[in-house]
Design a protein around this ligand. Structure first.
Ligand code: SAM
Length: 300
């Protein structure tokens, strides 16, 4: 051993090392809950800095687990952390963190997929907006991100998302037409409403237990004025177009219907001013917005 955290009696924040916390509370990681814990406080500190500056900010953390990132966010000066955790085994460990930072940590026992962030922001954040920072459970990460980005009204209840994903998902989030292998529905949604970028990679060895794949931290900053269109129509056209991504639009868009009838694809393409011989992966975000608006005008 090279004298890492295990050798130290206390971590820099005065709380016990995370491995000890996990042992003391019997928090063996459960795959069904997507549990891959971070024990390295240097790394959680780096993630907290990526979400900062945090003074006076209320942070929403999904899945605090034993609290490694929670501690880093509080130590980095977050005014308040609202942590949503589904696994009740973690609550005693989180209560110890709350006692160490009185009045600054609220733990909600809930499934993040069923919570309305807008409600939380209204009740919780003095400045109105929440900052979201999380080492997300991989099995719900994309669903949560999609839910947050489809939220209305826009600009949303968060001012920034700083999230961990598998590298492969991170690449799909930031992809545009220059990266055809990764560009798809997720890239269009993220590109439409946010400016997204990969901040840094996190190797499997950083987690306990180790996942098989590389992970990346991703930052998404909401665009204040995304190109105007309805999320529902954008979702419908990207689903049709990328559902058969190798086919030309004049073929793939036949999957769309308006008022229960198949859409007139030539009319739709003309209305959207798009060439039907192009494929989904060649259409940029403004192109998809045009298509969504045309679809809406034709009764979709
Ligand atoms: N933040 C901790 C860390 O970095 O060490 C734990 C991260 S672990 C990848 C994901 C956490 O999310 C686990 O603690 C798990 O119990 C929790 N979780 C899983 N599904 C959840 C859900 N639907 N809602 C809230 N928390 C969830």
């Amino acid at each position: 051993m090279s004298g890492g955290e295990d050798a130290a009696p206390k971590a820099a924040d005065g709380l016990p090392p995370l491995r000890e916390v996990v042992k003391a509370h019997g928090l063996d990681a459960r795959k069904s809950l997507g549990q891959n814990f971070l024990f390295d406080l240097n790394l959680t500190g780096r993630i907290a800095r990526a979400a900062g500056p945090l003074a006076g900010v209320t942070v929403l953390e999904v899945g605090p687990g034993p609290g490694g990132l929670t501690r880093a966010l509080l130590a980095a000066g977050a005014g308040r952390v609202i942590a949503i955790e589904k696994d009740e085994r973690c609550f005693a460990a989180l209560a110890e963190i709350g006692a160490h930072y009185p009045g600054r940590l609220d733990v909600l026992a809930a499934d993040a997929l069923t919570l309305d962030g807008g409600d939380l922001a209204q009740k919780g954040a003095s400045a109105g907006k929440l900052r979201v920072a999380a080492n997300l459970p991989y099995n719900v990460g994309t669903a949560l991100l999609t839910q947050w980005l489809e939220t209305d009204p826009w600009p949303p209840w968060f001012d920034r998302l700083v999230l961990m994903f598998q590298r492969e998902v991170a690449e799909r989030i930031v992809a545009d037409t220059s990266d055809r292998a990764n560009y798809g529905r997720l890239g269009v949604l993220c590109g439409w409403r946010t400016q997204a970028r990969i901040l840094f990679d996190v190797p499997p060895q950083a987690f306990t237990p180790q996942p098989k794949v590389l992970s990346s931290m991703v930052e998404l900053v909401p665009r204040i004025e995304p190109l105007p269109c309805s999320g529902r129509h954008l979702s419908a056209v990207t689903q049709a177009a990328f559902g058969q991504r190798r086919k030309m639009l004049r073929q793939s868009l036949k999957a769309l219907s308006a008022a229960g009838r198949p859409i007139e694809v030539p009319a739709l393409l003309e209305e959207a001013e798009l060439d039907g011989s192009r494929r989904a992966e060649e259409i940029d975000v403004p192109g998809f917005v045009q298509l969504a608006r045309a679809f809406e005008r034709l009764g979709g």
